[in-house]
Ligand binder design. Sequence first.
Ligand code: FE2
Length: 169
Amino acid sequence: MAFDDPGRRVVEGTDPDVFAAIIEPEVGAAVWTRPSPIQDREFPAWARPAKDEFTALPPWLSADMIVLRDQLTHLGLGHAWRFTLETVTTRACPRFHQDALKLRLITAYRGPGVELATADDPDTVLRIPTGSAVLLKGSRWPGVPKLLHRSPPARRSRPRWLLVMDLVD
Ligand SMILES: [Fe+2]
């Protein structure tokens, strides 16, 4: 079972409390399974907003970013989260990899979510649904889990709207 092995396990839940599972050594990713909170057709092409710049964003988006920021800061793993908003029209990272970070949260508000697999079973792919928020351990997390991820396909006619939050301290 690719996603039950130590360090690779994916924990899913319909409540954001599921993120707390990320501190467990056997967990590689925690997924808050939910519908996309998208409410209109507005999204930045690219932005790296600071906390006090959320009000310049569409209200549904700033509200969701605040919810996610609060959930992640409550984990007590660090308070410096860097936000990146991006409209993606190509398959940015087609190969399975780990990011050189401690933690990264990825949400696709529009279009398919990120794809997960393990190094020794790359054919068993777990596709994160649109709107769900996945918190992933990167290669700088102590213990180095081996859960990998890659971008799903995207096209100009079928863009993906992404929020990425990186723990930077
Ligand atoms: Fe990545």
